[in-house]
Ligand binder design. Structure first.
Ligand SMILES: NC(=O)c1ccc[n+]([C@@H]2O[C@H](COP(=O)([O-])OP(=O)(O)OC[C@H]3O[C@@H](n4cnc5c(N)ncnc54)[C@H](OP(=O)(O)O)[C@@H]3O)[C@@H](O)[C@H]2O)c1
Length: 403
């Protein structure tokens, strides 16, 4: 048996143990000796769990056991996850993880340490949960220049927006439903303010460019300011509001534009019909064109399945490093203020005369479901220009990007 250890026996960690046990037959096709969980590190004991006899509370028991050559880190957070992962990699033990916070902040550092010690640091589950996206980017797209990645990367916010759209709920009502159904945390800030998808698009942008993009460098806006009327406007435009992570990679300059924000997505676009808790990621390669990845972006077993897929790859590549293309250098970021997009804009009727003066003729008015308002769609303009012009509107309400 190939012995592995799990650090953190919560939702994902316990799912990893379950995937390994329930699908041992499937694993035997890839790993003929089989895979066995020898240790589980957690702060607590689990007296009701059949795995309780494998629970330890001291990381050194795991790190000093020569039988352990792959560790799965599903504790979450930066510390002690970073220190434990670093120590393991320095001993030549491969580490697989679902921990997007650690991957985004220190993934490049850990990837370099893994390379120096002929082992691997893989994190398929940190983006898109159960959806295979990082491995395809690394393998199937090896011959491609990836020009863009656009994703619905957070199931909770997608569920809220779907409920608002299909059932006409207010944001607060839809959020409550998401919490009652266990999709949103009691403190939903990381989801609704966009921090979670922001980390994920930062990881994707890092892999696409080969340089580090930290989520703090990515402009981030969530959905807490989206209301029912925005969705009604979107519908009248043949669009739906989606929270997107966007990464555009310039083939000539190698610069990358990265953003997380709500967008009005045109009907017929592959991401338009990604609803409820599902995630969807659209990748464009300069040769292959568009490819769409769709599935469960979170949840115990889908996420654990992705962690175990990394484990299998590490076991099959024992003694050598799987190069994930992540270096310890920074990506060159395009100034997001200068990037041009089309905007949907809502303002008060009193701005009627100023609109044409500021935005010119190339705008398209939208019939306003809300009384006392004017709404219109701009031509392609930079974010800076949009901000400068809307600052001159006396009753400006909001701007939402178009895709
Ligand atoms: N849940 C999902 O669907 C999902 C999807 C994709 C990615 N992720 C990511 O996967 C990671 C794990 O998520 P999760 O939902 O499984 O979290 P979780 O349910 O809170 O599990 C984390 C486990 O690690 C334990 N732990 C925390 N600090 C520890 C330490 N110092 N030593 C040993 N054990 C420690 C926790 O123990 P205590 O409970 O006692 O603190 C808990 O049992 C996070 O980075 C998350 O963002 C989760």
């Amino acid at each position: 048996m190939f012995e592995v250890a799990i650090l953190g026996f919560g939702t994902v960690g316990s799912g990893v143990a379950e995937v390994i046990d329930r699908n041992q037959k499937q694993l035997l096709r890839e790993i003929p000796e089989g895979v066995h969980v020898k240790y589980i590190l957690d702060l607590r004991d689990f007296p009701d769990s059949p795995y309780n006899d494998r629970v330890v509370h001291d990381i050194d028991i795991i790190l000093n056991d020569p039988e352990i050559r792959v560790i799965c880190e599903t504790m979450g957070g930066k510390e002690p996850a970073f220190t434990f992962s670093k120590k393991a990699l320095e001993k030549g033990i491969s580490v697989v993880t679902s921990n997007k916070e650690l991957v985004d902040s220190l993934g490049g550092t850990l990837a370099v340490i893994a390379k120096e010690h002929d082992c691997s640091y893989l994190f398929e589950a940190s983006v898109g949960g159960g959806i295979p996206i990082l491995r395809p980017l690394r393998t199937s797209f090896a011959q491609e220049f990836i020009t863009s990645v656009t994703g619905i990367l957070n199931g909770t916010t997608n569920y809220i927006l779907t409920k608002m759209e299909t059932e006409g709920l207010d944001f607060e009502e839809a959020l409550k439903q998401a919490q009652d159904n266990g999709y949103a945390e009691r403190n939903p800030e990381a989801d609704i303010e966009g921090y979670d998808p922001c980390r994920k698009i930062a990881i994707l942008a890092s892999l696409v460019t080969g340089g580090n993009v930290k989520y703090q460098q990515v402009p981030c806006e969530g959905i807490s300011r989206i209301d029912k009327q925005d969705l009604a406007y979107a519908k009248s435009l043949g669009r739906a509001v989606k929270l997107l992570g966007v990464c555009r990679h310039d083939e000539e300059t190698n610069e990358v534009y990265v953003r997380t924000a709500p967008y009005m997505v045109q009907e017929g676009h592959p991401l338009y019909s990604v609803n409820d808790v599902f995630n969807g990621i659209l990748v464009h390669g300069n040769m292959v064109g568009d490819l769409m990845f769709y599935g469960s972006g979170a949840g115990k077993l889908p996420t654990a399945s992705a962690v175990v897929s990394d484990m299998v790859e590490c076991i099959q590549n024992m003694g050598r490093n799987i190069d994930i293309g992540l270096k310890n250098t920074d990506a060159v970021l395009e100034d997001p203020e200068e990037y041009c997009e089309r905007y949907f804009i809502r303002t008060g009727e009193e701005d009627k005369d100023r609109i044409a003066e500021l935005f010119g003729d190339a705008i398209e008015y939208v019939t306003a479901p809300a009384s006392g308002e004017i709404a219109f769609v701009t031509d392609m303009i930079s974010c800076r220009s949009m901000k400068e012009k809307t600052a001159k509107l006396s009753a400006f309400k909001k701007a939402i990007r178009l895709l």
